[in-house]
Design a protein around this ligand. Structure first.
Ligand code: MG
Ligand code: ZN
Length: 222
């Protein structure tokens, strides 16, 4: 496992994101940017996603974390190539960090590159990393009010994963209400109800993701 540290950069994020996107386009792979609050279960979802898909598609991961390598170690345990970015206190990944991480990986034989962003629902929504699309993860234990409080990430995402569904009976999370609210701000967006811990709903999410990888390979949009 390799670790990339943040460095100061003056060029505009969007310009570097476009360079990343151009470099990734040549590799013929799908790149997703996983965004959520801290503790929503992105890493566990990713572990289950890798376990589900690794026989069929080749996966590599860029792990964003503020200081530690804990998540990257878990992902490396799944037997996929992972590069850790330590933001050194920074609350989001930027395109330059991701570009640096990409230089540490062999992306020629990869079908799906997953970027796990730093846990934060605010600024990751505003930083293009060069990905094909963002996926927002929201957990039942955070409360459904996050959708109204952080609308941008749900508007920009291509799909939403509502995770920790096994814990809904122990919370006042209003599943139909939250689904309706997300669809109200982003009509038609796919919403997957999962428990990464128990595996519930992971199959539907993985089937959708695999189809996206397939579409990208065939050069179709989305
Ligand atoms: Mg994580
Ligand atoms: Zn930030």
């Amino acid at each position: 496992m390799k670790v990339v540290l943040r460095e100061k950069i003056l060029r505009a994020n969007d310009e570097i994101a476009e360079e990343n996107r151009k470099a990734l386009r040549h590799k013929d792979l799908l790149t997703i940017n996983l965004v959520s609050s801290p503790g929503a279960g992105k890493t566990t979802l990713l572990e289950k996603t890798i376990a589900w898909l690794r026989e069929r598609i080749r996966i590599a991961v860029i792990e964003g974390d503020v200081y530690t390598t804990k998540d990257a170690e878990r992902i490396a345990g799944q037997g996929v190539d992972v590069v850790q970015i330590n933001t050194q206190g920074g609350c989001h990944l930027d395109a330059h960090m991701v570009g640096q991480a990409m230089t540490q990986m062999d992306l020629n034989n990869v079908d799906l590159l997953v970027i796990e962003n730093v846990g934060n629902l605010v600024c990751p929504a505003g930083f293009d990393l060069g990905e094909d699309f963002k996926v927002a993860v929201l957990s039942a234990t955070e409360g459904g009010d996050k959708v109204a409080k952080y609308p941008v990430v749900f508007q920009k995402a291509e799909a939403v994963v509502l995770n920790k569904a096994d814990l809904i009976p122990f919370t006042d999370f209003d599943l139909p209400g939250v689904q309706g609210e997300i669809l109200g701000m982003h009509p038609g967006i796919p919403i997957f109800v999962t428990s990464a811990r128990t595996g519930e709903g992971v199959e539907q999410w993985c089937n959708w993701l695999e189809q996206k990888v397939e579409n990208k390979r065939k050069g179709m949009q989305g």
